[in-house]
Write a protein that binds this ligand. Structure first.
Ligand code: 6GU
Length: 276
């Protein structure tokens, strides 16, 4: 996979050389191109922003440097047309569609991603419209809060995407068991639609606290059920929005025990809504 990033802060992406992503890049599983938007500025001061038409606070990123930068990066022809065609342009913005694990899985299957990091009050609106006439464009947000720029959002998304690439994660199964259970392209898995419960390791007794004994039982079916119960309880406590989806049978119908656990956690689930 190739990932190009256009930014006015190339140094922000030093962490891509570290940890899981750094190792994947060293192996050649991912190739990063980090480009300084100011290389495509049109004046001696390398100006990339200007005041907004119509008034208002802040600055807007000028269209000309962005148009030229995107043309140049697209022309790198990083991925031949035959191997997946033109790249997918991802524009991080708090006004975008919420980025989820499904996005991470879908992006991980793309051969070429281009991230356009905006700053200030965003990029002149014509840039995305113009890009859309040549390539696929998606605007995404990483949450309901405002960052000063798209750079940290791109680090977050890159990590979520790269750990799903074949060979990047040490244990391929750990992605399927993750919170949300959407680690693989096919949704589902034991934790589909849930957040995970807590995990435990040695020692068995620590500060007077025992590890839940069932985890030492060797009974794999009972352990799987216990883990699902524990995930349902934590989901009920921390993510009532997800419980509402689960109760509607999304992404998978609940079983009798699921409904019992949710009901004990204060979320009575109407059994009429559930497939048998
Ligand atoms: Cl993707 N960009 C910015 N600037 N702020 C954000 C965001 C993105 N997602 C949440 N807040």
């Amino acid at each position: 996979m190739r990932i190009d990033i256009i930014t006015i802060f190339p140094d922000y992406f030093a962490p891509l050389g570290v940890s899981l992503i750094g190792k994947a890049a060293a192996r050649g599983d991912i190739t990063f191109g980090v480009h300084d938007l100011r290389d495509w500025a049109h004046d001696v001061h390398r100006t990339v922003d200007d005041t907004p038409f119509g008034g208002g606070p802040g600055m807007v990123m000028k269209p000309e440097p962005w148009g030229d930068a995107l043309d140049a990066v697209r022309a790198l022809g990083a991925v031949p047309e035959a191997a997946g065609g033109s790249g997918l342009l991802v524009i991080p913005t708090p006004a975008g569609v919420p980025f989820t694990q499904q996005h991470a899985a879908r992006y991980a299957a793309e051969p070429w991603l281009i991230f356009a990091c905006g700053r200030y009050e965003g990029i002149d609106g014509r840039v995305a419209d113009d890009a859309r006439s040549r390539m696929r464009v998606e605007e995404v947000s990483i949450g309901d809060y405002v960052l000063a720029g798209g750079e940290p959002a791109v680090l977050v998304m890159t990590e979520a995407i790269c750990r799903l690439l074949p060979g990047v994660l040490g244990n391929a199964e750990s992605a399927a068991d993750d919170s949300f259970g959407f680690g693989r392209l096919e949704s589902g898995g034991p934790m589909a639609g849930l957040v995970e419960g807590p995990s435990y390791t040695r020692p068995r007794l620590w500060r007077g606290r025992e590890v839940p004994p069932i985890l030492l039982s060797g009974d794999h079916a009972a352990i799987a059920r216990w883990r699902r119960d524990s995930a349902l309880r934590r989901t009920a406590r921390n993510r009532p929005d997800l419980v509402a989806r689960l109760a509607a049978g999304v992404p998978e119908p609940l079983d009798r025990r699921d409904r019992e656990v949710l009901s004990e956690a204060g979320f009575p689930v109407d059994s009429e809504d559930v497939a048998h």
